[in-house]
Design a protein around this ligand. Structure first.
Ligand code: FRU
Length: 485
C-alpha cells in the first residue's frame, strides 16, 4: 500500500463518517437497491461469482455527489440478495490511474481474483491518457496493483477504456471500448495466453465499421458473451440520434446478436436493439454464476443527464444499481427478469384475484406503499387504455389501440411530465419493483424493461388503477420488501 493509497482510503472513511447522518436522513434513500455510502456511484464493475461469493465492484467517487477520480467500491453477497460493503478495492493512487480507476471486469485465475480496469490520467497539459491495468487478490478483499498491461493502439484516441475479460478454450479474450481518430466508437478484441501479453485480434464492430453506418462517437463498457446459442455484444454507444421511440436518453445502451469470429475479431451481427426503455439505465455488466445463469447489473443513471439536479445530491449521495437480472434469449431478443432469489425479500403478501379495473379510478387501502413489489397478471383486456399510477408521480400506460407501452414520470429537473415508450403488441403482465425513489418495470415476463428514478412526495403511498373505454381484469399481488443490507 502506497502512502497515497492510504491517504485516499482514510479520507474516504472520514467522508463516510462526516456525512453519515445527512445521507441516512434522506427520505429518498433506497431500501433494496445498492447505493454508495456517500458520494457518487456509477458503473457496475468486476461482477463475478468467485469462490462461493458474489462480488460486485462499482465506480465510486466518495468525495462529492458528482463525477471525479473514481475508486472501485466493493459489495459482496452470498446469495445476490443481501449485501455487505467491504473496503474499496482500488483507489486512484498511482501514476497510471491517478485521475480514476475507471471501469473494468474481474476473472478468476489460478486461485486469484484479477481485476482489469482503465487507469484514467490527465497529464500536465490536461490531456487524457488511458492505461489498461491489472490488480490481483488472494482473499478477494485486498488487491495489489500490478500495473499496465495494454496501451492505446495506433489510430485510436485516449478514449480507450472499460476492458471486459473472459476465457474460452484456454485462451483469454478482452473487449474494450475505443474511439478512432475519425471520432467513431468501436469495440476491439484482444487475445492473450497469460493475461499479461495481449495481441490485437480485430475490430468487433463499431460506427462506420463494415455495414454499420454512423453510430456514435464513443462506445463504452462493452460486454461480449454467449447466451442461449448466440454471441451477444452489450455496449453503451454515445452520440446516437433519437429515432421514433428509441434512444431518448442522453446516452443509451443496447446489444447486437451475432457470431464472433475469434480469429479475426469480427462479430457478424444483426441490428442494434435497445436493452432498457426507461430513463435511467447505462453501462450494464454481466457475469455467469454458479448455476450457469447470465446475470446483469446496470447503473440506474445516465452520464450528463441532469445528474446535478437529483434531489439526493443535497444529501451528499447520488445513483444506485439496478436489481440483478437474469438474461435469456427469446426469439432473437434479450428478456430480463429479476433473479428468483429476490423473493426472499417479500413480506406481508396481499392478493386480490380477478379485479375488474374500469374508468372509475380505483385505489386499494392495502395496495400501497413506498418499497414494494407488485405483480399484475392480465386476465382479460377490453380497455383501450390502461393506466397504473404510482405515488402520483410515475404512470404506466398501455394503449392497446396504438400497441404502445409508456412510462411517464414527473421530471426531477423541471417538474413537467416526461415519457418513454416502446411498442408492445399485447399486455399480459406487469411486474413492478418500486423502491422509495426507483422503479423497475418488467413487462410480459421480461420482454420489455423500464428503469427509472422518481422523486415523489415521501408521504404519498398511493397506487391507482384506471382504464379508458372498456375494462381490464387482472389478478394483483403485492409484497412489502425488506432491506438488503
Ligand atoms: C461509463 C463510464 C466508463 C468509464 C467510467 C468512469 O459510465 O464513462 O466509460 O470507465 O464511466 O467512471
Amino acid at each position: 500500500m502506497t502512502n497515497r493509497d492510504q491517504e485516499l482510503r482514510q479520507k474516504a472513511k472520514e467522508t463516510i463518517k462526516r456525512y453519515e447522518r445527512l445521507v441516512e436522513r434522506d427520505p429518498y434513500r433506497l431500501v433494496y437497491h445498492l447505493m454508495p455510502p456517500v458520494g457518487l456511484l456509477n458503473d457496475p464493475n468486476g461482477f463475478i461469482d468467485w469462490d462461493g461469493t458474489y462480488h460486485l465492484f462499482y465506480q465510486w467517487h466518495p468525495f462529492e455527489a458528482a463525477h471525479g477520480p473514481k475508486f472501485w467500491g466493493h459489495f459482496v453477497s452470498g446469495d445476490l440478495v443481501f449485501w455487505e460493503e467491504k473496503e474499496p478495492a482500488l483507489t486512484p493512487s498511482d501514476w497510471f490511474d491517478k485521475n480514476g480507476c475507471y471501469s473494468g471486469s474481474a476473472v478468476a485465475d489460478n486461485g486469484k481474483l484479477k481485476l482489469f480496469y482503465t487507469g484514467n490520467v490527465k497529464n500536465e497539459n490536461d490531456e487524457r491518457e488511458s492505461y489498461q491495468c491489472v490488480a490481483e487478490s488472494e482473499d478477494g478483499l485486498t488487491f495489489t496493483k500490478k500495473g499496465v498491461i495494454l496501451h492505446v493502439p495506433d489510430g485510436y484516441t485516449a478514449h480507450f477504456r472499460d476492458p471486459k475479460v473472459w476465457k474460452r478454450d484456454g485462451i483469454w479474450y478482452l473487449v474494450i471500448g475505443a474511439q478512432t481518430k475519425q471520432i467513431d466508437g468501436h469495440v476491439l478484441l484482444f487475445r492473450s495466453d497469460d493475461l499479461k501479453e495481449w495481441q490485437f485480434a480485430g475490430i468487433v464492430t463499431g460506427s462506420n465499421v463494415r455495414s454499420m453506418g454512423d453510430f456514435g462517437y464513443m462506445w463504452e463498457c462493452p460486454d461480449l458473451f454467449h447466451l442461449d446459442g448466440e454471441d451477444v455484444l452489450l455496449v453503451s454507444p454515445q452520440g446516437l440520434e433519437k429515432q421514433g421511440y428509441l434512444y431518448h436518453n442522453v446516452h443509451n445502451t443496447g446489444y447486437f446478436i451475432g457470431r464472433l469470429d475469434y480469429e479475426t475479431g469480427e462479430l457478424v451481427h444483426g441490428p442494434f436493439k435497445e436493452l432498457d426503455r426507461g430513463f435511467e439505465f447505462y453501462a450494464p455488466q454481466t457475469t455467469i454464476d454458479r448455476y450457469g445463469r447470465r446475470i446483469l447489473f446496470g447503473w440506474m443513471g445516465v452520464p450528463d443527464q441532469g445528474e446535478e439536479k437529483h434531489p439526493t445530491v443535497k444529501h451528499q449521495w447520488i445513483h444506485a444499481m439496478t436489481l440483478p437480472r437474469e438474461l435469456k434469449l427469446v426469439d432473437g431478443k434479450i428478456y430480463q427478469r429479476p433473479v428468483e432469489e429476490l423473493k426472499q425479500l417479500r413480506k406481508n403478501e396481499v392478493s386480490r384475484p380477478s379485479v375488474k379495473i374500469s374508468e372509475h379510478p380505483q385505489r386499494f387501502e392495502e395496495i400501497s406503499g413506498e418499497a414494494f413489489e407488485l405483480l399484475l397478471d392480465v386476465e382479460e383486456n377490453q380497455a383501450e387504455v390502461f393506466e397504473l399510477t404510482i405515488r402520483d408521480n410515475v404512470r404506466v400506460i398501455f394503449n392497446r389501440g396504438l400497441k404502445r407501452l409508456t412510462l411517464e414520470r414527473v421530471s426531477f429537473v423541471d417538474g413537467l411530465t416526461e415519457s418513454r415508450h416502446c411498442e408492445l403488441a399485447e399486455l399480459s403482465s406487469l411486474h413492478l419493483y418500486v423502491d422509495t425513489s426507483a422503479v423497475e418495470l418488467f413487462v410480459n415476463e421480461g420482454e420489455e424493461v423500464f428503469t427509472a428514478r422518481y422523486f415523489a412526495d415521501p408521504a404519498n403511498r398511493s397506487i391507482q388503477f384506471k382504464t379508458l373505454h372498456g375494462s381490464l381484469t387482472a389478478s394483483l399481488k403485492k409484497w412489502a420488501l425488506d432491506s438488503i443490507m
